[in-house]
Design a binder for this molecule. Structure first.
Ligand code: ATP
Length: 251
């Protein structure tokens, strides 16, 4: 069963067609990678899912309801969470506070978040946050200030901040960008473990090692349009993909 259905999505920036009749179906529980050369439209597509951009035409259905016209926080409340290329964390709060925030923000509105954390730690929320920090390998740093973390750790923290929301669909925009090979492999393992919870994931990624380690399905975008879609083995052997994606080099 598909959880996300995208039909005939078009987005124009001035004279540039960033998305051209994009169709996409994402199976519930799957890892669906979106790959393609620079400027292919991958981030534009993701931005249309989370309310940052409004497509000119087309539909985006999540779990039977349209996401179009919803504000980003409403899309988030519908069960869609996103990990950004540049982690969006609260640099001067501790890791634990960072992971507690999404729960409080949902319940009480962001403006009350800080006072809640200071005044009332609320044990259940704290314990859940601690558990998630352990899961992403940051338990020992829980009382450190988030701004001092390495880039890789910031991304792990942001992942914990997404998971605490218990999303049904997780959007990952280049989750291993800028990471060492060791950190990349640790992230692959982490994302595989998270996969055991059945959260559907859409991953934009340039690193083919990551793509082929994680993805069940792959859509290839080039110049704003989907030129191929299939299982990793099919995509690997697709000549159009080799040609368009890497100018004839092999994936
Ligand atoms: N806000 C914008 N205004 C004008 N043009 C834009 C805007 N955002 C993206 N574009 C253009 O739309 C096209 C698609 O960009 P997009 O960032 O979606 O590609 P991408 O596949 O994510 O690329 P990359 O892999 O480099 O991140 C590019 O030509 C880009 O320059």
């Amino acid at each position: 069963m598909s959880i996300l259905q995208v039909q005939n999505l078009n987005k124009q920036f001035g004279g540039l067609a960033a998305l051209r009749n994009v169709n996409l179906e994402v199976e519930e529980g799957a890892v669906h990678a979106i790959i393609g050369p620079n400027g292919a439209g991958k981030s534009t597509l993701l931005n249309c899912f989370v309310g940052r951009l409004t497509p000119d035409t087309g539909t985006v259905m999540f779990d039977g309801g349209s996401l179009l016209g919803l504000a980003p926080h409403q899309i988030n409340q519908a069960g869609v969470a996103r990990v950004f290329q540049t982690p969006e964390i609260f640099a001067d709060l501790t890791l634990l506070e960072n992971v507690m925030i999404p729960t409080f923000a949902r319940r009480d509105g962001a403006f009350r978040v800080k006072s809640w954390i200071r005044v009332d730690g609320e044990r259940a929320v704290r314990e859940k946050a601690e558990h998630l920090l352990e899961e992403v390998g940051l338990a020992e740093k829980k009382d450190e200030t988030a701004g001092t973390l390495s880039r890789g750790d910031k991304r792990r923290l942001e992942l914990a901040m997404c998971l605490v929301q218990e999303p049904r669909l997780l959007l990952l925009d280049e989750p291993t960008a800028g990471m060492s090979r060791a950190d990349t492999n640790a992230t692959i393992d982490l994302l595989k473990r998270i996969g055991e919870r059945g959260i559907t994931k859409i991953v934009i990624e340039h690193d083919m090692h990551v793509v082929f380690s994680l993805a069940h399905r792959i859509s290839v975008l080039a110049q704003g349009t989907v030129i191929a879609e299939g299982a990793p083995a099919e995509i690997k052997g697709d000549e159009r993909v080799q040609e368009a994606y890497l100018g004839g080099a092999h994936l």
